[in-house]
Write a protein that binds this ligand. Structure first.
Ligand code: G6P
Length: 608
């Protein structure tokens, strides 16, 4: 969702800001804008639509300002039009602000301002904040921002400039990420690492209720209550080529294709298959408490929730710990029961999803041990947890999550084995499990070789508006993930179900117009799923099967078969999901959809 980038230094700010905006495009947005701070005051340019539209309105030759702030907006209050786009200025034109998040009490603040003779032009909560800062400003921007934020309720990441303080940006955060990239005599304030990576890898992460004043000579961090804070400079582990397309047509295809390497990175140094041991440095400190947990609750949204569902099977199977999973948005509002011995695991690629963050906060307040399974180092969820395991699969740019799903399942598999070994799992069992896990990256590479077969499936059924995905056991989560992939990028309606549930309603939909994808590798429920395939076949459904190599029997039942190599059943999701990612990708391309920026979707959902 919304993105912030701000620059102070000696270079021309505008190209750096626009590049930063483009690098954050993947997050999803509907308008964008910049505010340049120069001798003549603040010049704001903003427009609805793509950044390319904004670029046409910008004068790259006529500017040499070295301070500016910029924004990509995802509409929350007010339509996505030019007026509501950020930056917003105070009525007197002295202050400009960009803002991620929501100021919940903006209406009462607006009334307060109106009663004091200050009128807002747009419908946004952000303009109210700009005016409040302007109203409270005497001769110190940092002070005015602090005063205004003390009156504001809600979440924010902000960057503010003022005509009376050239070469200065004041930034603050609460519940929305903000980092300061440190260059040589220059600083870049941003909400996303990708916006600064081409300039520096040295960063400072701002914490909630902290505020920073940045000029080209340095930065100063304090709390909203004026207490000075010393910050550590950290290094971003991502590289620039990881966030670039590198010859691929779409990020989604790049990220599907890089899954073998991404999983190698995820597993590296963490498994010793000869001894049947898992090393997870991030949970060493809580290992005893976690091993003794009486109950695990996993909470997440979207694809991460599907990975959690695989995790539920893994934890109960391997570690024999009762496990529940809960949508983060439901968990936070349903008075969850957290007893002694409950550990809550939040799963999130971005580490910024608002509902997951709030669910975790709720769990912590109720005394749960809080664990994170997160991809983005330094993200809000990663910082809030007591302990955790990073995915280390590299940045994920495509809105449709692919390699992060695989990384989440791989981490949960390692965690389940780690706990299993400390509880009921034999060393021999762990050895077999870890040997199989180690082979997964190369096996994914084999599955990727069937890209053409996956494209053929997409071609054959791309005109159908409804698809079903069915699986049993470990393949039920894969079925719902496959259906989500298809719907979110190709806009084809798709439903994923436990295969046996089909008989309780969805079977009524089966006709010769309905593609039905069965995730049917060999395993404990193979015979059962063959029975489900027969049921669909006898009603004319168009069957696509994901099956184990060598399974020729299934070819008699299915119109198309995509094969995956043999592995242990609990690890099959890591292989069977890959063809479903590819089928969805090709269907979206064939339908002419914008694969990496699907309509209405955001990569990181930072509002409720
Ligand atoms: C959005 C993204 C999904 C993602 C979900 C949860 O809906 O489009 O791809 O699975 O958020 O995101 P998280 O960053 O918490 O994993």
């Amino acid at each position: 969702m919304c993105g912030i980038v701000g620059y102070v230094g000696s270079r021309e700010a505008l190209p750096i800001l626009v590049e930063g905006l483009k690098r954050m495009e993947y997050r999803g947005y509907d308008s964008s804008g910049v505010a340049m701070l120069g001798d003549g005051g603040i010049a704001v340019t903003k427009s609805a639509g793509r950044i390319s539209v904004l670029e046409q309105c910008l004068d790259f030759d006529g500017t040499n300002e070295t301070t500016g702030i910029a924004h990509t907006r995802w509409a929350t209050h007010g339509a996505p039009n030019d007026t509501n786009a950020h930056p917003h200025c105070s009525a007197d034109g002295r202050i400009a602000i960009v803002h991620n998040g929501i100021i919940e009490n903006y209406d009462s603040l607006r009334t307060y301002l109106r009663n004091n003779g200050v009128e807002c032009k747009s419908e946004t909560d952000t303009e109210v904040l700009a005016n409040l800062i302007g109203f409270l400003y005497k001769d110190d921007l940092e002070k005015a921002v602090k005063l205004a934020l003390r009156e504001s309720r809600g979440t924010y990441g902000i960057a503010v400039v003022c005509t009376d303080e050239p070469g200065v940006i004041v930034a603050a955060k609460k519940g929305s990420p903000l980092i300061i990239g440190i260059g040589t005599d220059e600083y870049i304030v941003a909400s996303d690492q990708s916006a600064i990576l081409s300039h520096t890898k040295q960063v400072v992460y701002l914490e909630d209720d902290e505020i920073v004043r940045v000029s080209k000579d340095g930065f100063r961090t304090t709390t909203l209550e004026d207490i000075p804070v010393t910050k550590d400079v950290e290094e971003i582990e991502w590289t620039l080529d990881q966030i670039e397309l590198g010859g691929f047509e779409h990020y989604m295809l790049k990220e599907i294709t890089e899954q073998p390497d991404a999983l190698r990175d995820c597993l590296r140094g963490r498994i010793d298959s000869r001894e049947g041991v898992v090393h997870l440095g991030g949970i060493v400190d809580i290992s005893r408490e976690l091993t003794r947990a009486k109950r695990l609750v996993m909470t997440a949204c979207g694809t991460a929730w599907h990975a959690a569902l695989v995790g539920e099977y893994l934890f109960e199977d391997l570690a024999r710990i009762p496990t529940e999973i809960e949508y983060a948005s439901e968990f936070r509002y349903r008075n969850p029961i957290i007893e002694d011995g409950t550990a809550v695991i939040a799963i999130s690629q971005s580490g910024e999803t608002a509902d997951t963050l709030a669910a975790l906060t709720e769990a912590k307040q109720r005394g749960a041990l809080a664990i994170g399974v997160v991809n983005v180092v330094g993200s809000s969820i990663a910082r809030l947890t007591d302990a955790g395991v990073f995915l280390h699969v590299g940045p994920e740019i495509g809105v449709a999550s692919t390699k992060a799903f695989s990384g989440q399942v791989a981490v949960l598999a390692m965690l389940a084995c780690y706990l299993g070994r400390r509880r009921h799992m034999s060393q021999q069992h762990a050895i077999e499990f870890l040997e199989a896990l180690e082979r997964i990256p190369e096996q994914i590479a084999t599955v990727l070789e069937q890209n053409d077969a996956c494209r053929a499936v997409a071609e054959a059924h791309v005109e159908r508006d409804n698809w079903l995905y069915l699986g049993r056991g470990y393949h039920y989560p894969v079925a719902i993930e496959g259906a989500l992939k298809l719907k979110e990028i190709s806009y084809i309606h798709a439903e994923g179900l436990p295969a046996a549930e089909m008989k309780h309603g969805p079977i009524a939909l089966i006709t010769d117009q309905m593609p039905v994808v069965f995730i049917a590798p060999q395993g404990t429920q193979y015979d059962k799923i063959i029975g489900n395939i027969e049921e669909v076949r006898s009603r004319g459904g168009r069957i696509i099967a994901i099956a184990t190599e060598g399974d020729t029997y299934i070819e008699r039942l299915a119109e198309s078969v995509i094969y995956i190599p043999h592995t242990l059943e609990p690890l099959q999701p890591l292989l069977s999901v890959v063809p479903l990612q590819l089928i969805a990708y090709h269907a979206a391309v064939l339908r002419g959809c914008n694969v990496d920026k699907p309509r209405n979707l955001a990569k990181s959902v930072t509002v409720e």
